[in-house]
Design a protein around this ligand. Structure first.
Ligand SMILES: Cc1cc2nc3c(=O)[nH]c(=O)nc-3n(C[C@H](O)[C@H](O)[C@H](O)COP(=O)(O)OP(=O)(O)OC[C@H]3O[C@@H](n4cnc5c(N)ncnc54)[C@H](O)[C@@H]3O)c2cc1C
Length: 815
């Protein structure tokens, strides 16, 4: 090791597989001036003891893309660096012991196929042929991925480190970062203690926290939220088993277990339903290549199943019982990206036990993001900006990760809700809704009524891949919105106030639509990036000459705040999160006007209160700001009510609505209604990689404004023509369900994933949306094709439309 330099373009903290991959990919992108600092030795945290499974089957399109990138990279790494990575494409088999699981595996296989991953369904007897040691008597289905593999995790990291060094990166072991310095909201470098115990400083504009389970506390020192917590993770290795041979990796998620054969021994690892959080008192300073104590009682249920599943476990001796810590996150997804709190502070951590399989792709994606200033494709699923400040709370994390470890191998049913660490963020109407049958789900910590149980009905989800137990409740709520009037509590909307002398000029620069509108006007707009991709979609309401209210989804609030704060230049404007100040009650449906008239003396006619306007109204004995907008495609008002008056306004609406059949509605109904109307949902249908014109949202882009972010990309696309279009689909067979990530099949060929899906109770079948390639084609040609949607390997006919199937001319909305 040479001398630690005083300056670098980027400093990577942590020499596990994550840090090594980030350094490798930055170096590969031409950043020769990269320094990686590791407090002990490379791989000595979690990486050295990983099981080394490299799987490509993931629940979503872009996660599959990243996993495939890792697998492809690791195959080539040995030839490139000369480090033996142990990477062998032994293939993998995932078996299902239930029909539910079989459906999930087949759905994942469809997602994998969209990205060209080699995957096939195989029968139990084929499983037995490939895996003679396995008891397949109760196996109901399986998938095989011939190019999945297994590797030596430490050597993957070492190979990445060598590849980084070969391109000029410098790596220093026994060099601990003790702080990240900042000035003016930007990182300026890191303080470290060298191998010799000497303090030092490296000036750098880019710092990447790849600190694994140390990452949270390291980030907290800099005011950065990185919610992760370590859990104990177990595996066991047998003594050599005669005639074991080379076997594919095997996953039996219904028994929480994975198996790997290596050097004649068999390994079994576990994702047990209730995990053991670890490190609550902090991590010992001398932690290096450490293991945690055995816990046979904890592992025994898994081993008992294994003895039945693979009888060789009954006779073979135990060579190793391994227990090591790994970091887990509240939603089982890792974190990538720049911290919203501090410019230049990047993160790649919290890998939830897929860090080896994940780091290759994640390192590539992060390096590209750092270099280009934008992610290479939509990474919202793993974006650090989804983390909520409250999630720093360690009691919350400890309880939640005891669940998330096991969720990795649980059935990933649609609408599945977490059960731990609930109730942190509640609407002021929570108790009211609960008393009226609400069944809650959680998003960004918010408890939200997802559906309302009938009197006497159990208030639990019964999950499945077909119609779930709340299907009928959703239908009743949905039809009430279409035929009568429904009431939604949307308090979880993120609310951002932008005010000041230059607020209008600032918003006009960052938003695609015209912001210089009369006071009271509500504008639906995009925030675009320079590629014309959609960073955010939001409504902006002009409250006064100098104040605007921005309304965004609750889940994207932190991201949107960060976007705005980053975008603010010399303009004088103050950006404040005012989410908690107002509850939001949405009165929606053809009878919405009757209800408003019954609770308020104000005039709700089109003339007095047209669509797209907000104004103060009296409700009961309180006040609200009524926004005439809708996300369900009906006449309606969103009532923004000061939280102290929310309960009163709710009660007034409820009382007045009794005679009108007012129906309480949940978030599932909001979603099914908006899909019928083909309203896009950010994070699903529209993301930063989706061009606003291809998303069919050109109407939200001002034709008159001379300049705003993304304008040139809009003009270029308008000139060049669309290469894909957002299409809405309705299934012909009313029994087929769409949840999203099914495959769109055009004239017999898979062309992309369904970006969102739900049941269109008014249209009479499942409805989905997704992009269809259309280079050189007009609308008529796109619609002339036949369309099917592949669900769990079976193709079903679908009707396609380029205009909303519900209320195409918005006559109901403007009624
Ligand atoms: C039992 C077990 C089995 C697993 N099996 C698999 C598998 O089959 N497939 C798979 O994909 N994943 C698997 N994993 C998960 C995988 O091992 C991890 O996700 C991955 O190693 C995490 O890598 P990392 O670089 O984020 O963290 P680490 O490897 O922990 O690296 C973080 C590094 O940062 C260093 N560091 C921390 N603070 C500082 C500081 N202040 N200054 C300098 N350095 C610092 C630490 O010393 C450490 O070396 C398994 C994990 C376990 C526990």
């Amino acid at each position: 090791m040479g001398q630690v330099p005083g300056k670098a373009r980027a400093v990577v903290i942590g020499g596990g597989v994550s840090g090594c991959s980030v350094a490798y990919h930055l170096a590969k992108a031409g950043w020769t001036d990269v320094v990686l600092l590791e407090r002990k030795q490379l791989t000595s945290g979690t990486t050295w003891h990983a099981a080394g499974l490299i799987g490509q089957l993931r629940g979503s399109a872009n996660m599959t893309r990243l996993a495939k990138y890792s697998a492809d990279l690791y195959v080539k790494l040995e030839a490139e660096t000369g480090v033996a990575t142990g990477m062998r494409q032994v293939g993998s088999i995932s078996v299902a012991l239930t029909e539910h699981r079989r459906e999930e595996l087949l759905r994942q296989a469809t997602v994998a196929r969209i990205f060209g991953v080699d995957v096939a369904e195989i029968s139990p007897s084929q499983v037995k042929e490939m895996y003679p040691h396995l008891n397949v008597s109760d196996v109901v289905g399986a998938v095989h991925l011939p190019l999945d593999g297994q590797c030596d995790p430490a050597n993957i990291a070492m190979a990445l480190a060598k590849g980084a060094r070969m391109r000029g990166a410098q790596i220093f072991e026994h060099t601990k970062v003790i702080g990240v310095r900042q000035a003016g909201g930007r990182v300026t470098g890191v303080d470290y203690v060298s191998a010799e115990g000497e303090p030092g400083f490296i000036a750098a504009d880019v710092v990447v926290n790849c600190g694994g389970m140390w990452g949270r506390d390291l980030a907290a020192q800099s005011g950065v939220t990185l919610p992760l917590h370590a859990c104990e993770h177990f595996y066991l290795i047998t003594e050599p088993v005669e005639g074991l041979g080379h076997l594919p990796v095997l996953r039996v998620p219904d028994e929480c277990a994975y198996y790997k054969s290596d050097a004649g021994k068999m390994m079994i690892g576990a994702f047990e339903p209730k995990a053991k959080p670890w490190g609550m008192e902090g991590i010992r300073e001398d932690f290096m290549f450490d293991t945690l104590p055995e816990d046979w009682d904890h592992f025994m249920p898994i081993l008992e199943n294994a003895m039945n599943r693979m009888p060789l476990f009954q006779t073979s001796g135990i060579h190793t019982f391994f227990n090591g810590p790994e970091s887990f996150t509240p939603d089982d997804r890792y974190y990538l990206g720049e911290a919203p709190e501090l410019r230049g502070y990047w993160i790649a951590a919290g890998y939830n036990s897929v860090g080896i399989a994940g780091s290759g792709g994640a390192g590539m994606a992060l390096a590209s993001w750092i270099t280009e200033g934008e992610p290479p494709f939509d990474l919202w699923e793993v974006d650090i900006r989804r983390a909520q400040p409250f999630q720093r709370n360690r009691a919350y994390l400890k309880e939640r990760v005891s669940e998330t470890l096991g969720l990795l191998y649980a059935d990933h049913f649609p609408y599945r809700q977490v059960v731990t660490s609930r109730g942190v963020r509640r609407s002021p109407l929570h108790a009211h809704l609960e008393a009226r049958g609400a069944v809650f789900g959680e998003v960004a910590g918010w408890e939200r009524a997802n559906w309302f149980a009938k009197p006497g009905q159990e208030r639990e989800y019964r999950y499945g891949w077909k119609r779930q137990n709340w299907f009928g409740n959703q239908r009743d709520e949905h039809l009430a919105v279409r035929n009568g009037v429904g009431l939604f509590d949307m308090t979880s909307f993120g609310k951002i106030r932008v005010e000041g002398r230059d607020a209008m000029a600032f918003l006009n620069r960052v938003c695609s639509a015209e912001m210089d509108v009369p006071v009271g006007r509500i504008v639906y707009t995009m925030i675009l990036n320079e590629r014309g991709g959609i960073e955010a979609d939001l409504t902006v309401t002009r409250l006064s000459e100098t104040a605007f209210l921005l309304v965004v989804p609750g889940a994207t609030l932190q991201r949107n705040l960060a976007l705005l704060r980053r975008a603010l230049g010399e303009e004088f404007a103050v950006i404040t999160d005012v989410t908690a100040g107002e509850a939001v009650l949405c009165v929606m449906g053809p009878k919405a006007r009757d209800l408003m008239r019954a609770v308020s003396p104000d005039d709700f006619s089109n003339a007095a209160h047209p669509f797209g306007m907000a104004r103060e109204v009296e409700v009961g004995m309180g006040l609200a700001r009524a926004h005439r907008v809708t996300y369900v495609g009906e006449l309606g008002w969103e009532l923004y009510v000061s939280t102290d008056q929310a309960a009163h306004v709710f009660e007034a609406l409820e009382e007045a609505g009794a005679g009108l059949g007012l129906t309480l509605c949940g978030l599932h109904t909001l979603d099914s209604c908006r899909i019928e109307k083909a309203y896009r949902h950010w994070g699903h249908d529209i993301t930063d990689e989706d061009h606003v014109l291809e998303a069919g949202l050109g109407f939200s882009v001002s034709k008159r404004k001379a300049s705003f972010v993304g304008r040139e990309a809009v003009l270029r696309k308008a000139e060049a023509g669309l290469s894909r279009r957002m299409v809405q689909f309705r299934m012909e067979d009313p029994d087929v369900m769409l949840f999203h990530n099914e495959a769109i099949v055009r004239d017999g060929k898979i062309v992309g994933p369904v970006t969102s899906g739900n049941y269109g109770h008014f249209l009479g079948g499942a409805v989905g949306m997704g992009y269809v390639p259309c280079v050189g084609e007009g609308e008529a040609e796109v619609l002339a094709s036949t369309y099917e949607i592949e669900v769990a390997g079976v193709r079903h006919r679908a009707v396609a439309s380029l205009v909303p199937m519900h209320d195409p001319k918005s006559e109901r909305v403007r009624a």
